[in-house]
Write a protein that binds this ligand. Structure first.
Ligand SMILES: NC(=O)c1ccc[n+]([C@@H]2O[C@H](COP(=O)([O-])OP(=O)(O)OC[C@H]3O[C@@H](n4cnc5c(N)ncnc54)[C@H](OP(=O)(O)O)[C@@H]3O)[C@@H](O)[C@H]2O)c1
Length: 318
């Protein structure tokens, strides 16, 4: 397939390396509103557009990869689908459940494929760790912790992470990964939750913690931050042991701890890691599917619902 990229920033470059590693998939065109002139010089064998509309209008593009800032995703997805393209959109695909409903409505009127790029779900190490956790190997799962915090020095108030107009904030940017690993074990709907956040001067959640409780008595503790480095680890605790996933959202290994016994499992990802989600997209489209069974549009809706509830609990408190 011929791929068109919308928004060509930091993640697009890493995604490009993975795309180039998948046979039969071609980076065909990039659209950048801010950097088209430079991109034309850098990528002489790729078409470069200075507007997203021009890329959507290119009949040779089969699929659009969207990596703009969070606030633009919904409109970009709708425009790409309406132009007859398949779509893979970076996380979070929508900043509200209403946005996900709108995109789902549009995609249902087409025969086109749409998926949120929750790449973690497609990684071999991550999938195997979840499979083994669910197999009963560590007994009954009772508790999960997952933390993803990083500190980028010199973040600008107008930049995508701190700017509320660009839907900045830790939960949208990194918190969706810990919430997804918890959902993979306990489901998307906690019985109750409590959330606290430290807000930035710009008014977004720069650090956020959420404690979730589930009907069967299970619990989870989730943390996300764009203001501090954390251990960036997830742990799934069962009655007979625990599974530890270092760097769980880009997992390449995990450990199963049972008493004094530690089993280490290594399952490296291909290229820069995004090849697995790309292969899933290609497989689904070849099979005529309009969504992936591994991360469905309902997953996007449930994720957006949970994020929305958490953020409204924070911003209604403050
Ligand atoms: N899957 C992953 O591992 C991963 C990792 C990091 C980020 N992400 C996600 O990928 C997306 C982009 O993240 P990124 O780190 O690549 O972002 P970025 O480099 O800061 O920006 C990406 C693009 O967004 C547009 N943009 C940035 N700031 C803007 C502004 N102030 N006004 C209008 N447009 C602006 C620009 O598009 P133009 O090129 O058109 O100017 C830019 O090239 C987000 O959804 C993020 O959550 C995913």
């Amino acid at each position: 397939m011929n791929w068109g990229f919308i928004g060509f920033g930091r993640i697009a470059r890493k995604f490009l390396t993975s795309l180039e590693s998948v046979q039969g998939e071609t980076p065909y065109a990039f659209a950048s509103r801010s950097n088209a002139v430079e991109l034309k010089k850098e990528f002489s064998d790729v078409k470069v557009y200075d507007s997203y509309e021009a890329l959507f209008a290119d009949p040779d593009i089969d699929i659009v990869y969207i990596s703009t800032t969070h606030n633009f995703h919904c409109q970009n997805v709708i425009d790409a689908l309406s132009a007859g393209k398949h779509v893979l959109c970076e996380k979070p695909m929508g900043v509200s459940s209403d946005e996900i409903r709108k995109m789902t409505e549009v995609t249902k009127g087409t025969s086109k494929f749409l998926m949120e790029a929750m790449w973690m779900r497609f990684l071999p190490a991550y999938r195997e760790a979840i499979r083994r956790a669910k197999s009963g190997e560590i007994g009954e799962i009772q508790y999960i912790t997952a933390s993803f915090g990083f500190n980028s020095p010199n973040l600008k108030p107008e930049g995508r992470l701190l700017n509320p107009d660009l839907a900045g904030g830790a939960l949208y940017d990194v918190g969706v990964y810990p919430l997804t690993i918890v959902s993979d074990i306990f489901g998307w709907q906690p019985d109750s939750f409590q959330a606290q956040a430290v807000l930035s001067e710009t008014g977004i959640d720069q650090s956020i913690q959420v404690q979730l409780s589930y009907k069967g008595g299970e619990m989870a503790q989730v943390f996300g931050s764009i203001a501090m480095n954390t251990n960036k680890e997830a742990c799934i605790y069962g009655s007979e042991g625990f599974i530890k996933l270092p760097l769980f959202w880009k997992a390449q290994e995990f450990e199963i701890h049972k008493g004094d016994n530690i089993e280490k499992v290594e399952l490296p990802f291909k290229s820069t890691g995004y090849a697995h989600e790309i292969e899933e997209v290609v497989k689904c489209i070849k099979e005529g599917k309009t969504e992936s069974p591994l991360f469905t549009l309902n997953d996007s809706l449930m994720s957006a619902n949970l994020v929305e509830s958490i953020l409204s609990s924070i911003f209604n408190q403050s």
